[in-house]
Design a binder for this molecule. Structure first.
Ligand code: 13P
Ligand code: SF4
Length: 304
C-alpha cells in the first residue's frame, strides 16, 4: 500500500467503526491529514468534550490520551503508540510531590497538563502553555507551587511579580536543552527573521523572542504575520507544517536537535493498526484517579 492508500483505509475504518482521530501538532503531516482535529494541548483537551464518536485515537503522548479518557470515561480511548510517554510528565512521582506539598501547605498547586493522572490528583488546577498565564492570574492565593516545568512556570512568574512561585521538576528535555548560543548561531545566519518561541525553553533563550506562545500560538502568529522569515523555537515538526502551509515564507529551526522522539513514535501504519484493533494501547485508569484528575482538568477548561 502506498501512503494515500493507507490514508484511505484509515478514513474508511474511521467511518465504519465510529472513530475520531485527535492529533497534537507535533505529529507528522501524513498523520495530521487523517486527523479530525489537530491542536495544541489546550485545544485538544477542550475539543475532547465535543467528540461524539464512541472511540478516540489520540496521536500524541500518554498524558494527552489520559486527558481524553478522564474527560470522556465512557469512550474507548487509544494511545496511538504505547511507548509514547512524555519524559517531563513521568519524572516527578506522587511521593516526591506529596513531600514538597507537606512543606508548602499554603501553596496552590498548579500542574502543567504534561503530568501523569496520578500526580494531577494532588494538584489544584492544570494549565497548558497557552492557558498558564491566564489561569495563574485568576488564582487568588499569592503562593503558587508550579510543577513540573520551571521554564514555563518561570516565564509566568516573571509576569506576576506580586505572587511567590516555587518550582518542582526539570522541564521538557526537548526544549530545555537549547541554550542562548543556539539562538545566537541561527540569529547570526538569519538576522531579519522573527523569533517565535515556546515558553518551555529556558529564560536565556526566551528573552530574545518576538513572540512567546504555545505550538498553535506560534503557528497562528507566523501565518498572520506580514514578516517573511521566522526562527521557530519549538519541536521541528512545526517548521515543516508552517513551510507547507506558507510556501512564500521561510522557516528555520532554532535547533535541529529539537525532536521529540515520543511524539515521533506514532506512524501512519501504527494509526492504521489502531483503527484495525491491532496496535496502540487502550487507556484504562482507576475511577479514583480519574475523579481526582478530572477536578483540576475541568478547572483548567473553565478558567482557561
Ligand atoms: P503545547 O501543545 O501546549 O504547545 O505544548 C507543547 C508540548 O510540549 C506538548 O507536549
Ligand atoms: Fe514531553 Fe517535551 Fe515531548 Fe512535549 S516535547 S511530549 S513536553 S518531551
Amino acid at each position: 500500500m502506498n501512503l494515500s492508500e493507507i490514508q484511505e483505509k484509515i478514513r474508511t475504518l474511521k467511518a465504519e467503526k465510529d472513530i475520531c482521530i485527535l492529533a497534537h501538532c507535533y505529529q507528522n503531516p501524513e498523520i495530521l491529514e487523517v486527523a479530525d482535529f489537530v491542536g495544541d494541548s489546550f485545544a485538544l483537551a477542550e475539543r475532547t468534550k465535543e467528540v461524539e464518536n464512541s472511540t478516540v485515537i489520540m496521536c500524541g503522548v500518554r498524558f494527552m490520551a489520559e486527558t481524553v479518557k478522564i474527560l470522556s470515561p465512557e469512550k474507548k480511548v487509544i494511545l496511538s503508540n504505547e511507548t509514547a510517554g512524555c519524559p517531563m510528565a513521568e519524572t516527578l512521582d506522587v511521593d516526591e510531590l506529596a513531600a514538597v506539598k507537606a512543606k508548602l501547605p499554603e501553596h496552590t498547586v498548579v500542574a502543567y497538563i504534561n503530568t501523569t493522572s496520578e500526580l494531577k490528583t494532588l494538584c489544584d488546577v492544570c494549565v497548558t502553555s497557552s492557558s498558564a498565564l491566564k489561569i495563574c492570574e485568576q488564582i487568588e492565593n499569592d503562593k503558587i507551587l508550579f510543577i513540573p516545568d520551571p521554564n514555563l512556570g518561570g516565564w509566568v512568574a516573571e509576569q506576576m511579580p506580586e505572587k511567590e512561585f516555587k518550582f518542582v521538576g526539570t522541564g521538557c528535555p526537548v526544549h530545555a536543552i537549547i541554550n542562548e548560543s543556539d539562538w545566537e548561531k541561527v540569529h547570526a545566519a538569519h538576522p531579519d527573521a522573527l523569533f517565535l518561541v515556546h515558553p518551555e525553553c529556558k529564560k536565556d533563550v526566551v528573552k530574545h523572542a518576538d513572540y512567546i506562545g504555545s505550538t498553535t500560538g506560534i503557528m497562528n502568529y507566523a501565518k498572520n504575520s506580514d514578516a517573511k522569515e521566522f526562527i521557530i523555537g519549538t519541536e521541528c515538526s512545526i517548521v515543516t507544517h508552517l513551510q507547507m502551509e506558507c510556501p512564500d515564507k521561510k522557516f528555520y529551526p532554532l535547533s535541529s536537535n529539537m525532536l521529540c522522539q515520543n511524539m515521533k513514535a506514532t506512524t501512519l501504519m501504527g494509526v492504521l493498526g489502531c483503527c484495525e484493533g491491532s496496535a496502540g494501547e487502550e487507556i484504562e485508569l482507576d475511577e479514583d484517579i480519574m475523579d481526582g484528575a478530572r477536578r483540576c482538568i475541568d478547572r483548567m477548561i473553565e478558567m482557561g
